[in-house]
Design a protein around this ligand. Structure first.
Ligand code: TRP
Length: 387
């Protein structure tokens, strides 16, 4: 079986470092590993519209931002496809057929949908489009026969939903055309759910607690300076807490051994630094300065690459167009297999036509035989009465 990556992001803003450690960094590694037959990155604008339908301009403006962030992070358009979801109508057709395989109750149980419903506060009730987006996500994944989905923990219920749809489809239509995907989660807890700079559970634009991949060096520095640490760690000599200390969580997600050699040679590694902090005698400013070095070293090549790509936006649109055109061919092929499995590919189905013709011919022959018998009877009757 082919190894195919399919994953994506909603274009509702620039990508931040939570996106980076949660999935983007891994995608670049997987891309460069050479172990995958295909890498598909979907800019999920149609999905973004399910809760931004009244603001298509936001989505429209951010498609290029997400593409730029991908490329800046190291996605290579020669190795990976970048795809605009709404330009592939086959995805909507698949969604419509998959809808028959999912119950309303099942969608209501989806934990990610539940959380999002809480956040969105749809005043007039839940729009059907939003409610069904997990089904459309199953179409995204299966259209490309994705087997591996590098994504954050919050996407787990979506992948599970997809697996159920795949099983149900293959079982119902006696086929194996659809592949069951697996999620690939980030390697450590810190990367799994990177908190905002304020220590809040999630990095989110509306909370204003994000560091963006495109932030300038001074902005990053300022955000790190104001970061949440251990509120009980008042004086340098006090013992400090590591748990829930955002600066250390970020170090867990970003720091590599070579960063110590380069920026803080008096410590071997992160464990030593943590031990000193817990013991007391290590101030927040020093740790923050180190984190700043680590973040600058990580983010400056990304930002510089972004600035290069920003010089030629028409080239970005060319990349998107090429990726999307290739993707549509693949999705069309899957859709055709799906329709064949459901036997709704009427015009290609010679058997259907022949079988139906045969049936109509049989009925006609019966009718004609019946008519012939009746005519014979009538003739016999006429002969009798005519006597
Ligand atoms: N739901 C994902 C998000 O909110 C975006 C997405 C759309 C996606 N289609 C996908 C992710 C398919 C993985 C696979 O970020």
């Amino acid at each position: 079986m082919k190894k195919i990556i399919l994953t994506g992001d909603r274009p509702t803003g620039k990508l931040h470092i939570g996106h980076y450690v949660g999935s983007l960094r891994r995608r670049v590694e997987l891309q460069n590993s050479g172990k995958f037959d295909e890498i598909n990155l979907l800019i999920a604008d149609a999905q973004a519209l399910t809760d931004n339908f009244d603001n298509p301009e936001k989505v429209r403006q951010n498609i290029v931002n997400v593409a730029l962030d991908y490329l800046a992070a190291g996605i290579d358009p020669a190795k990976s496809r970048i795809i605009i979801q709404s330009m592939i109508p086959e995805l909507d057709e698949l969604t419509f057929y998959y809808m028959n395989l999912v119950t309303v109750a099942r969608l209501q149980r989806n934990p990610t949908v539940k959380t999002e419903l809480g956040m969105r506060g749809f005043g007039e009730g839940i729009p059907v489009g939003f409610f069904c987006y997990p089904i459309s996500q199953a179409a995204d994944i299966t259209a490309f026969k994705g087997t591996v989905v590098p994504a954050g923990e919050d996407q787990e219920p979506m992948i599970e939903q997809t697996r159920e749809i795949v099983r149900s489809f293959n079982h119902t239509y006696h086929t194996e055309v659809l592949a069951e995907p697996e999620i690939l989660l980030p390697e450590n807890q810190a990367s799994m759910r990177l908190p905002g700079t304020d220590g809040k559970e999630k990095m989110s634009k509306s909370l204003g607690n994000c560091i963006y991949l495109s932030d300038e060096a001074d902005v990053i520095k300022k955000k790190i300076k104001g970061m949440f640490t251990d509120p009980g760690h008042l004086r340098v000599e006090d013992p400090g807490r590591i748990e829930g200390n955002t600066v250390f969580t970020y170090l867990d997600a970003f720091c590599k051994p070579e960063h110590f050699a380069a920026f803080l040679p008096e410590y071997e590694n992160l464990d030593e630094l943590k031990a000193h902090y817990q013991r007391g005698g290590l101030g927040d400013v020093k740790v923050k300065n180190f984190l700043n070095e680590v973040m600058q070293a990580t983010l400056s090549p990304i930002r510089e690459r972004r600035h290069e790509y920003e010089k030629d936006i028409s080239y970005i649109y060319e990349i998107l167009k090429k990726g999307t055109e290739e993707a549509e061919e693949i999705a069309a092929e899957t859709l055709s297999e799906v329709k064949q499995a459901m036997k709704i590919n009427y015009f290609d189905d010679k058997e259907l036509m022949l079988a139906q013709q045969k049936e109509f011919d049989r009925e006609r022959q019966q009718r004609e035989a019946q008519e012939a018998r009746m005519a014979k009877q009538r003739a016999a009757q006429a002969a009798k009465t005519g006597q």
